[in-house]
Design a protein around this ligand. Sequence first.
Ligand SMILES: [Fe+2]
Ligand SMILES: [Fe+2]
Length: 180
Amino acid sequence: MTEKRRIHTYAVVEEARKLSRRYGEDMEKAELAALCHDFFRGVSETSLNGYVRQLALAPVYLNNANLAHSKIAAVILEREYDIKDQDILNAVRFHTTGRANMSRLEKIIYLADAIEPNRSYPGIEEIRELAGQDLDRACLASLEHSIEYVNCRGLYLDQNTVMARDSLINSMERKEKTNE
Ligand SMILES: [Fe+2]
Ligand SMILES: [Fe+2]
């Protein structure tokens, strides 16, 4: 792990601790997921491509370190590091894209990765503020920011991110209705 990645990882652990305390998540699970989330981030693209083939992951993960690192990490953590908790593995697996019906832990890791103190991008302060108030609204703001970022640059938009956004909007609307 490079120094930069190490600093980022421990900052994500700290952020995940804060969010877990705030939203009542299991602290140990959050710490472990945060600690492992970028396990394969510094690995070369050639090596990641080797894993994508070996693990029979979808071809879309070839030459795409940004998406592949989380999928590979989840498989290797289960197989070789004996982490069997599917919630932890899914938090690692979907930390880059999000997905529909994310668990609380998945939301916490997704968000912690996006707002840890070393991150800086337009709109981050609003997401950080929301993170202290409402986990769903903060996640939604972060997902919308990612979609906009990817679309503006003409990059590949993973459909899990769109589905994560839509499912959050739906579940927030449902919650509002039951509160009415
Ligand atoms: Fe990552
Ligand atoms: Fe990360």
